[in-house]
Design a protein around this ligand. Sequence first.
Ligand SMILES: Nc1nc2c(ncn2[C@@H]2O[C@H](COP(=O)(O)OP(=O)(O)OP(=O)(O)O)[C@@H](O)[C@H]2O)c(=O)[nH]1
Ligand SMILES: [Mg+2]
Length: 429
Amino acid sequence: MLYDRAKIHVEGGRGGGGCVSFRREAHVPHGGPDGGDGGRGGDVVVECDSSRRDLASLHRSRHFRAGRGGHGQGKQRHGARGQDRVVAVPPGTQVDGLDGRRYDFVEHGQRAVVAAGGAGGHGNKRFATSTRQAPRFAERGLEGESGWIELRLKLLADAGLIGQPNAGKSSLLATLTRAAPKVAAYPFTTVEPVLGTLDSGDRQLVLADIPGLIEGAAAGAGLGHEFLAHAERCRGLIHMIDIAGEDPPAAYQAVRAELRAYGAGLELLPELVVLSKRDLVPDEDADAAVAEWSDRLGGDALGVFAISSATGAGLDELRRAIVEAVPMEELVAPASYAEAEFEAEHITYRPAGDQGFDVERIGDGVYGVSGRGIEMLLARHDTQNPEALAYLEQRLREIGVIAALRRAGFEPGDEVRIGAEAFELDPRE
Ligand SMILES: Nc1nc2c(ncn2[C@@H]2O[C@H](COP(=O)(O)OP(=O)(O)OP(=O)(O)O)[C@@H](O)[C@H]2O)c(=O)[nH]1
Ligand SMILES: [Mg+2]
C-alpha cells in the first residue's frame, strides 16, 4: 500500500527561562545581577530524503516535538538551544505549513522549518537599570509554534499512463519496464499508482501507472480521481484506449473530460495516444484506426500508436516515441506547478509586528486586555513575583495600556485579565 497522505502534529520547543542570579565574590557585599538568558527552543524541520518512498512512517508516529531550550544560569551563562526534530519525507512531498505556506520537496536535502521553537527568556542581568540595580526577576521562555500539518506525496514520474479500467495500462508498464503490476481481466485491478523505469540506453524515464478513470470520476465514480495528483508532476501523458473496446472515441472523451474536471491543468500536458490490444483486431483495422485517430486529433496529440502488450507489436516504435515526446529539460507543466514552487527559506517567527491591543470592561472591577504583543509580554513574566509585576506595570504604561484602562474606567486595585493571567494592578504614578 502506498501511503500518499499524512497528518502530523508538530511542536517547536519551548524557550528556556532566563535566570535570576547575583554575583557572589569574596569581599563584595552586593554583587550585581548575572543571570543568563534561556536558550531558544528547537525547530521541527521537514527534510527531503531520497531514500524514503512514501509517508508510511508518519502514520506510525504522528507527533513531532522539538527539544526545549536550556535555562539560563548564573555567571551570565546562557541556556543551550533546543534540539531540532527532523521529519524525513520522500521527494515529491508537498506540505501545507501552519502559516498556510506550501512547500514542495523535490530534491534530497531540501529543508523547511514547519514549527519554530520559542524564544528564550532574558536573564535578570538584562533588567538592571540605574534605578533597579538588583532585579529579582527574569523572563520565561515562550512556547514554540505548534499545530497539525498535512503532507501529500505526489509521485515524481516523467510520464503517466492514463485511461479507462482494463485498457491495458498495467500490461504496458510490465512490458516496457521491470515493474510487475497486477494485471487482470476485470476493471480497477490497479488501485494505487505503480512506478516503473523505462531504460532507453542513454536515458531513464519513470512511468507511473495510474488507476483507471471512468466518467464521473471527479464526482467519486469508480475509484474517484484523487490519484491524479500523482500525474500532476508528469511531463507527458500516455493515454491508452482499448482498440477492441465498445466505443473507443467515447472512452477517450470520457477520460479527457475527467482530466479537465480534475482542475490542475493535466489536460494541457502533451499526450501520446495508444490504441491497445491490437492483436484482437485484424492488422488492417489497427492501421486504419491509427490513421483515423491521427486525423481526428490532429495537433491535440503528439502521436497515435497501435500496440499489443501480448505480442509485442508496435512496442519498439512506442518506446522511441515516449523517449522523444517527454522533454528532458523543458517543462510543459500544468498551471498549478508554478504556484507550488519550493521555498526553503527559514521562516522566522515574528511576534506580531503590530503593537495593537484592545481594552474591554468585562464586569465590575474586571478589565480584559487582548492583543498578541501584550499577551506575549504577559506569557514571559510571573505575575506572582512583585518585582516582575512592577516591571510589567512599567511596560504596560509605556505601551499605553494603563492609559487605555483608565479611559475605560479602571481604578487602582481592579483586576486585569490578559490571556490566561488574572492579576491586580495598582498603578500609582
Ligand atoms: N489480448 C490482449 N489482452 C491484453 C493486452 N493488454 C492487456 N490485456 C488484457 O486486458 C486486461 C486488462 O489489462 P490491465 O493491464 O490490467 O489493464 P489496466 O488498464 O491496467 O486496468 P485497471 O488496472 O483495471 O485500470 C487483462 O486481462 C490483460 O491480460 C493486449 O495487448 N492484448
Ligand atoms: Mg492496471
